[in-house]
Design a protein around this ligand. Structure first.
Ligand code: SF4
Length: 399
């Protein structure tokens, strides 16, 4: 139960109001997670529930508001429901014995666009049997169908797990490692963690903790130092380390200290691979060279952290871009799960996404590609601006 939400399989529950989404989720989780009511549109917002769904593993259910909501706050609720698509690893559409129509078909189109595998659950079969015409219509979209009544079906959990196992994303079955596959067991790795104004008091940030844990899981010998002690650490070792991983903000200084024969990367680049698409981000960074005076660049962050004076997204990256391009750029910052209107931007630079799941970043890459806007991430953009991208990604590309 202590698995981070960002590492869980996100299962979105979609469907019309009163199709039985909440009672489906309650049956699966065996708890009153959502309010179940016969009044249309009770679930006013997205209800999240994390659980261990054995043998699948840690999951996070997203119980959405009805997609065809006709009630007062309809448009706001539909918007919220659609935004959940970007975080959805697996979609579950709940309908009743009448089957699916334009609402569910629109959802399926959205699933296809974002490459989301899905299941259709036909509920309320205790009220009326399901006709062949209904089944055949759904089969035009998927064979992964569950017939059930959440009121009477004691096999529902079993049926759901079976259907889920058929479509589990490859990433979830074989979770990518942060760094463990890049270095041999027992290798020495140095993590450079600058303690500056951005470092939270009394602790180190999540990507660094996760990287350290991954190295420990892979039986590596890890040395954690500040940038100011890096040179001494390197001189203390009898043999060069297999890898040096630095915070992106100290990239320039660290790259000057670490000899060229020692592989070097950053936490942000490791997370670009773990939480996104490394190649897409590398390609995206090349758009920095094409930026012109007056072009708009979007700095997109997955969470609303408290920005400090020389914040990476608000100060450091804008300064680097200005220095690299010599142009007067319009740089805007947006934080949170919502994917904004990106028309008009010439480049998106995404944060390391430590607080969100991989699917959200992949969805953002898909939507950016569709809109023709290049997208890269913090670590890749910083190392590109500093002229050290090739070195920073070579260990990841050539391993
Ligand atoms: S999700 Fe993004 S903005 Fe939030 S802490 Fe992680 S890297 Fe920073």
């Amino acid at each position: 139960m202590k698995t981070l939400k960002s590492m869980r399989l996100h299962i979105g529950i979609f469907g019309k109001t009163n199709a039985g989404k909440s009672s489906f989720l309650n049956k699966i989780t065996n708890q009153e997670v959502s309010i179940v009511s016969e009044v249309e549109g009770t679930t006013t917002d997205v209800v999240e529930k994390s659980m261990e769904l054995l043998p699948i593993g840690p999951v996070n259910f997203l119980d959405t508001a009805g997609i065809n909501d006709k009630t007062k706050l309809a448009s706001e609720r539909i918007e919220k429901t659609k935004k959940i698509l970007n975080r959805t690893d697996v979609g579950v559409i709940i309908c009743d014995y009448k089957g699916i129509d334009k609402y569910e078909i629109e959802l399926i189109e959205n699933f296809k666009e974002l490459d989301i595998p899905y299941i259709v659950v036909i509920n309320k079969t205790d009220i009326q049997g399901v006709g062949d015409n209904v089944l055949n219509h759904i089969r035009e979209y998927t064979e992964n169908i569950i017939l059930t009544s959440t009121k009477t079906d004691n096999e529902l959990v079993f049926k759901f797990k079976k259907a889920l196992l058929k479509i589990l994303p490859e990433d979830y079955v074989n979770s990518p490692l942060i760094v463990g596959d890049l270095v041999k067991e027992k290798s020495v790795v140095i993590m450079v963690v600058p303690i500056d104004k951005e470092a939270p008091k009394g602790r180190i940030i999540l990507p660094q903790v996760q990287t350290l844990r991954d190295l420990l899981d892979n039986n590596c010998l890890t040395l954690v130092v500040k940038d100011t002690e890096l040179e001494k650490a390197l001189n203390t070792l009898k043999e060069p380390p297999a890898l040096v991983i630095t915070d992106s903000q100290a990239f320039k200084k660290v790259s000057e200290i670490v000899p060229q024969n020692i592989p070097l990367t950053s936490f942000s680049i490791l997370f670009a691979r773990l939480k996104g698409d490394l190649n897409a981000f590398i390609q995206g960074a090349k758009a920095i060279d094409n930026l012109q005076d007056g072009d708009k660049v979007l700095i997109l962050e997955s969470c609303t952290h408290h920005a400090i004076d020389d914040d990476i997204g608000r100060v450091k990256i804008p300064n680097l871009l200005k220095k690299k391009t010599g142009k007067n750029l319009i740089i805007e910052n947006i934080s949170g799960h919502d994917f904004p209107d990106i028309s008009g931007y010439k480049l998106i630079i995404h944060c390391g996404a430590c607080m969100t799941n991989r699917k959200e970043v992949l969805s953002r890459i898909i939507l950016s590609n569709k809109a023709g806007v290049p997208i890269t991430n913090y670590g890749i953009a910083i190392s590109y601006c500093l002229g050290i991208l090739d070195r920073a990604v070579s260990k990841l590309i050539n391993h």
